[in-house]
Design a protein around this ligand. Structure first.
Ligand code: GAR
Length: 201
């Protein structure tokens, strides 16, 4: 039993279907003892922000061009995370690389979901549909998704959980993406629940 609710921030740049799965996870009791306290996006038009608003969660957008460099952007992001007393940061389709101010402050407290079986098909430039295109090109018979801790090494932080799907002959990247996304929506809330259960809060 926690002494209080764990405060989660979800960082998202796109449609936010994983954000929706996390919010559902909290509402359906898959994730206990935590709440999504804020949704932060680097894209003001991200549908994730609308999803946040619809569910009564505060959404914030931060524009990279308002800052001189990535570190300044992340210093401001960190200020927001602190304002909301965030304990754990969840990346859900967040299309920026986090830098030292946030990585240091939230060491071992940042999770990401990636749409492949890491360490395969990860690293700089490997995100979204690009990943599925490369998987299909490679002829790999299996793909999936990975939840991992975020550190300085892109997509190389310790793996917390994975789920796999088979890649069928003739499958398109879009078809594979939809199949993987379905697994993401189950894997991410379940892994977040396990992760926070072990936190000393
Ligand atoms: C998800 O497939 C997620 O794994 C991927 O972006 C998609 C976001 O979808 N993330 C990455 O590629 C990160 N490297 P969503 O906005 O509907 O959750």
């Amino acid at each position: 039993m926690k002494s209080r609710k764990v405060n989660l921030a979800v960082l998202a740049s796109g449609s936010g279907s994983n954000l929706a799965a996390l919010i559902d996870g909290v509402n359906d009791g898959v994730i206990t003892d935590a709440r999504v306290s804020v949704v932060i996006s680097n894209k003001k038009d991200a549908y994730a922000l609308q999803r946040a608003e619809k569910t009564g969660i505060q959404g914030i957008s931060i524009k990279r061009s308002d800052f001189a460099c990535d570190k300044d952007f992340d210093r401001y992001l960190l200020k927001k995370l602190r304002e909301f007393k965030i304990d754990v940061v969840l990346l859900a389709g967040y299309m920026r690389i986090l830098t030292e101010p946030v990585l240091e402050a939230y060491r071992e407290r940042i999770l990401n979901i990636h749409p492949s079986l890491l360490p395969e098909f990860g690293g700089k430039g490997m995100y979204g549909m690009r990943v599925h295109e490369e998987v299909i090109k490679s002829g790999a018979p299996v793909s999936g998704c990975t939840v991992h801790l975020v550190d300085e090494n892109i997509d190389r932080g310790p793996i917390l959980a994975q789920a796999s799907v088979s890649v069928l002959p003739g499958e398109t990247p879009q078809e594979l993406a939809a199949k993987v996304l379905k697994e993401e929506h189950k894997l991410y809330p379940a892994t977040v629940q396990k992760f926070i259960a072990e936190l000393d809060i």
